[in-house]
Write a protein that binds this ligand. Structure first.
Ligand code: ADP
Length: 363
């Protein structure tokens, strides 16, 4: 039977990107890490406390109000985007808004048909079933979900070989909420069964500052506004990283200062932890350096970048590139990846270098 609970710590689920993490880099990973122990207590409990993602909140407010007034279950929903942006949190909030149970599991925990069948038959009408990393579902599980989602029916094969037969069990109308970091990896028939598909965005500076201030308040950490801004700037647009950096800076401020997180304190601490002023880590910088130093700023193919950094293609595409594109340091073109003038400036290359390289390319 799959582990399923309303408060299952995600850290117990197998990590989707098994990585030989360089220790400092883990600080800037969007994935949940064992040290994120307080994450549950930091999750916003109301849609109001959920900062940012304005469009998503609007869409969901309308959808929940409509479903409630009709007394129906919500349509199946799919949330995608890099880890740590609030997919699980918003799904839990949805259950609260609807006043229904929230059941949480993740695709790697659903190994055999029995696992998903056991979960489905235990659902009550309108319950929300949250499946994390839904792109990793086993084929058989996925097929069971097709009929469950569409016809609210569970088809079970009883017996083996020529004597086997299919029995159908009716299911209550439930809502499946899927979360994934890899929308493209989802099979089309599964994608098509979601009534609403939404990509979560990276958070801007002001939103992340608000998140840091909110978390400091919950953790009772004295903080100055520009201290919060300094942390927000380095948090890669990601609430989970912002909260993690705050906890590290808090420790530093307690040991080295009077406990208050000032801008200077945040800056010194984060420099010590090798968190770059824009939140870049070794791999991000290496990606850009290779483009600039070895390929005149690009275009460079994904495989080349993967080989040079020791990361797999998927991780570069799903984890590193989205943030580098977000801050306009990297562009994806039909011919490959290109470093932008901002990337040159950030890494300390002279702007003339890019112009010279472009001339060489033309020549
Ligand atoms: P995901 O499921 O996308 O990996 P989570 O929902 O687990 O991300 O969010 C990670 C952490 O970030 C949560 O514990 C929560 O404290 C914080 N967080 C996420 N989104 C928000 C938000 N919009 N406002 C405030 N905190 C947030």
């Amino acid at each position: 039977m799959a582990i399923i609970s309303s408060h299952q710590p995600e850290s117990e689920a197998p990590s989707p990107t098994p990585k030989k993490a360089r220790p400092r880099e883990a600080l800037l990973s969007g994935q949940e890490l064992p040290q994120d122990t307080q994450e549950e207590s930091l999750r916003p409990q109301t849609l109001n406390a959920y900062i940012g993602q304005r469009e998503l909140k609007e869409v969901l407010t309308v959808a929940t109000a409509a479903a409630r007034s009709r007394g129906e279950a919500l349509d199946h929903l799919l949330f995608y985007g890099p880890p740590g942006l609030g997919k699980t949190t918003i799904s839990q909030l949805l259950a609260r808004e609807m006043g229904v149970n929230f059941k949480m599991t993740s695709a790697p925990a659903l190994e055999s048909p029995k696992d998903i069948a056991g979960i489905l038959v235990a659902l009550q009408a309108k319950d929300i079933l949250f499946i994390d990393e839904i792109h990793r579902l086993a084929r058989v599980t996925e097929e069971i979900l097709y009929t469950a989602m569409e016809d609210f029916r569970l088809d079970i094969v009883i017996g083996k070989g020529r004597t086997s037969r299919i029995t159908s069990v009716p299911l209550p109308r439930f809502t499946l909420v899927g979360a994934t970091t890899r929308y493209a990896a989802l099979a089309a028939p599964l994608r098509d069964r979601f009534g609403l598909v939404h990509r979560l965005r990276f958070y801007d500076q002001a939103e992340l500052t608000q998140i840091v201030l909110r978390t400091s308040n919950l953790l009772k950490v004295p903080i100055e506004k520009d201290g919060a801004e300094e942390i927000a700037r380095r948090a890669r647009g990601t609430p989970r990283i912002a909260n993690r950096l705050l906890r590290r800076v808090r420790d530093y401020a307690e040991v080295k200062g009077n406990g208050t997180v000032t801008q200077a304190m945040a800056q010194t601490a984060l420099e010590l932890f090798e968190v770059d002023p824009r939140g870049l880590n070794w791999t991000d910088r290496r990606i850009l350096e290779i483009m600039i130093e070895n390929y005149r700023g690009g275009p460079v193919g994904l495989d080349t970048l993967a080989a040079a950094t020791g990361e797999d293609r998927q991780t570069i595409e799903d984890v590193y590139e989205p943030y580098l594109m977000q801050i306009d340091y990297l562009q994806r073109t039909a011919r490959g990846r290109m470093a932008t003038p901002r990337a040159y400036a950030h890494l300390g290359y002279k702007p003339e270098l890019q112009a010279q390289q472009q001339l060489l390319d033309l020549g």
